[in-house]
Write a protein that binds this ligand. Structure first.
Ligand SMILES: CC(C)(COP(=O)(O)OP(=O)(O)OC[C@H]1O[C@@H](n2cnc3c(N)ncnc32)[C@H](O)[C@@H]1O)[C@@H](O)C(=O)NCCC(=O)NCCS
Ligand SMILES: Nc1ncnc2c1ncn2[C@@H]1O[C@H](COP(=O)(O)OP(=O)(O)OP(=O)(O)O)[C@@H](O)[C@H]1O
Length: 197
């Protein structure tokens, strides 16, 4: 098994790279998706979040009100640290389970926004960083997810700098071009990863 850690700032294009790698044959494990699963209704994770942040972070249906919690934690680093302390150990445990279940000859790609922030590089054979200028990150998230620009900037501030992320990379994928450019870069990356596997 070749373990690949795939990271990048918000809106850099990690999920786009992960999707293309999956089409080439990689097994993809998605940290953002796991982070949602561990706070689904009825989970101990959601109970802990409510104990910490109060019922105001629940929707009327009893689900986590994610935009609301995002507004709270990305404007207060102490509260973000408390949320991370609840969610990250659960994500790490579930990630290990999913990676261990992959076939022995697989290229397993862990799509994780906070690889550098959480110092996870040593767990992976190859660290791939998807790189984009910050103002392009803001523009893409505003255009494609409708998130207000100031909230994108607040998340960027809670993340590692571009320089720090690039310094942790074995491979940097520049995603400042078109989606077709990205297709070509990912095809080259897949050839490289397959050769290492
Ligand atoms: C605050 C929450 C509820 C906001 O949910 P929302 O649906 O708006 O965003 P989503 O989870 O889809 O994340 C989108 C992007 O925001 C950024 N982001 C999310 N959490 C964090 C964080 N703790 N620190 C820095 N950036 C983050 C990442 O770039 C991520 O890809 C959610 O992000 C959360 O629970 N975060 C804490 C858990 C976490 O760190 N998840 C990231 C992967 S483990
Ligand atoms: N080369 C590109 N040109 C234009 N748009 C792109 C390009 N690559 C990705 N996008 C778009 O930019 C947005 C962000 O990409 P994506 O969701 O893959 O990023 P991400 O790094 O996974 O972000 P997040 O941290 O928010 O999960 C998406 O809507 C995607 O379709």
């Amino acid at each position: 098994m070749l373990r690949v850690g795939l990271t990048g700032g918000i809106g850099s294009g990690k999920s786009a790279v992960a999707r293309r790698l999956a089409e080439h044959g990689a097994v993809v494990v998605d940290a953002d998706q796991i982070a949602r699963e561990v706070v689904e209704p009825g989970t101990p994770g959601l109970a802990e979040v409510v104990a910490e942040f109060g019922e105001e972070v629940l929707t009327p249906e009893g689900r986590l009100d994610r935009p609301r919690l995002g507004e709270i934690v990305f404007s207060d680093s102490a509260r973000l640290a408390r949320l991370n302390a609840i969610v990250h150990p659960r994500v790490a445990a579930r990630t290990e389970e999913l990676m261990a279940a992959a076939p022995v000859d697989a290229v397993v790609v862990y799509d994780v926004p906070l690889l550098v922030e959480n110092d996870l590089g040593a767990l992976y054979d190859v660290v791939v960083v998807v790189d984009l200028p910050e103002e392009e990150q803001v523009a893409r998230v505003v255009a494609n997810r409708g998130m207000p620009a100031d909230q994108v900037r607040a998340r960027i501030k809670a993340q590692a700098t571009r320089e720090r992320r690039r310094a942790a990379a074995d491979v940097v994928i520049d995603n400042s071009g078109t989606p077709a450019d990205l297709d070509r870069r990912v095809a080259e990356l897949w050839a490289d990863l397959s050769a290492r596997a």
